[in-house]
Design a protein around this ligand. Sequence first.
Ligand code: DGL
Length: 265
Amino acid sequence: MTDTDEISLVGVFDSGLGGLSVVRALQERLPSTSFVYFGDTARFPYGTKSPATIRRYSLENTSFLLSKGAQVVVIGCNTATSVALDTVRKKFSVPIFGVIEPAAKKAASVTKIGRIGVIGTTRTIKSQSYKKAITRLLPEADVFSLATPLLVTLIEDGSPSQHITRQIVREYVRPLKNQNIDTLLLGCTHYSLLGTLLQEEIGEHVTIIDPAQTSAEALVDSLFFTSQEHPKNHFFASDDPTRFKKVGELFLGVKMGAVSKGGPS
Ligand code: DGL
């Protein structure tokens, strides 16, 4: 495939539900395109796994999406992007997109005082991918990175609006508030669902950057898409499709249709 070929099926994967925030952002921009999504719920979470394991999962997930006909693959997971993007790009010839570069670019361009907070999984924060990407663009930036792993489990469990979530968010953002950041990067696709809560707790003066939005913009700007009269979406989860569908609809903001149990064998 060449850069000018038209795409009719976009593949997206994540360890679970978080990547659906990327699908939602893409669907808003590409309503006539079809999507195939894989949520690796059986092997969730990725954020605590070793880079070698995450690389293996990412290669397998990409092969799975390609076997379903995807012509481009978006790694809808910051954790997998942070350690596996280059490996996946080297192995496959289709365009592979990650979520980190576009979000780092946006953060570097919107900050007024160069004080940027990044929250993400333990693996994403350990990789320093965001810090490196931001300081490449804005060498004088102060990047304050914080692992906030509990948020992923809370969201995957389907309880993002409960009192306990607010308490945890409040505790997590306190050190970032003390650093007087003006920009907060949600370095995990699961956190999209907590955007409002995070904004309330960090303060209205802080600009929140959501990688789901910035990666969708980057994809739409880079490729051409076929306009389909009846686009079709397929969702796969490697564990319990019923639960995936229930919580997944919160992410998508619309009904999902059937979710199949499936994934790399
Ligand atoms: N949604 C994934 C991310 O963006 C992480 C969740 C996990 O730990 O599996 O990093």
